[in-house]
Ligand binder design. Sequence first.
Ligand SMILES: Cc1ncc(COP(=O)(O)O)c(C=O)c1O
Length: 387
Amino acid sequence: MASPTSMSGIHSLTRTIPLPGRGPRATWKPIPEPRSVSAPRLGVEIGRRRLRKTRAGSAINTFDVPVLSDTMVVERLHRFREGTTSEKTYLAMYSSIFGGITTNPANMVIPMDDHMVHRGHGVFDTAAIMDGHLYELEQHLDRFLTSASMANIRPPFDRSTIQTILVQTVAASNCTEGSLRYWLSAGPGDFLLSPSGCPQSALYAIVIQTGHPPEFKGVGVVTASVPMKQPQFAIMKSVNYLPNVLSKMEAEENGAFAAIWLDDAGYVAEGPNMNVGFVTKERKLVMPRFDKILSGCTAKRVLVLADSLVREGRIQGVEVRDITVEEGKAAEEMMLIGSGILVKPVLQWDDHTIGDGGEGLVAEALFDLIVDDMKSGPSAVRVSVPY
Ligand SMILES: Cc1ncc(COP(=O)(O)O)c(C=O)c1O
């Protein structure tokens, strides 16, 4: 059994110990009490160990969970954050619950009774921060508000107020390279299924510092066995990412970067947090239609930027259509596309080598186009942050 001082021991803090001569083996030794029980990785003492007798006469090794004062809770939250690397990473958070911005990671918490926490009734989106600008904020905001409407969440503020809050949160963070993540939730209220007891929806946003920009390096993918979401849920960016998490874990267990979903008709769909594109034998850039998958802001921008490759004669055209697995595996190039990775070439899909097994030239050109767009694209895709 795990020791109560280990993280895993937290789940087995109350143990029944056989009394001498009554259990299968008389290995029991009295525990000097009280003895502190701590969770080293949390950096806090979580109780004082005691030995108690049940009514039936058996002894229970248990401990008293401390009831903390407000000051102690704050102090412990601070100590918890100090013990993690995230203190340097989470630079600012906005919460409509406290109606402002905090730059202290220990304060970056949300209410337990928020329906997003216990029922998954929330939506989210992101935007990259590069060179002091938010990339494709407008496009991500469009999708964010569409997702909220599909999830029946009426935002607490209008669009321009939300945009102002997001930009000011980035300004307060002083972050010039990183990402902004934001959530709209049904809000706090109670623990019931219906959100009717949640009087006010909530907006949360966090600015995360990222160390290095995505690199252009080939990866392998596998076909996902975890079922993909039904179209109604796949096209909205809700917080229900369990299938996505399990599919990412499936990929990692198989030494791959991502697992690719096929839709119910067997066509190529998407990855757990990215879209997929191919360069066919006819040298066309093709992507699956967006009616059963998330409408990726990066994929849509890639489709626009790829026009310059058509003009230069490097590809013959751009198409959004159904793609079979056979066509995908026979493609000259395959790539994953998303705001977290930009454009990532795929070198292997299951046991099949894509193209010549190296990073593709079209994928590389698209990666460069997106990076240039992030650094010097038009104002329609770059919002300057007033630090
Ligand atoms: C399921 C899914 N598909 C595709 C994408 C790519 O979208 P974007 O380019 O807007 O990041 C994401 C991004 O998070 C996603 O979660």
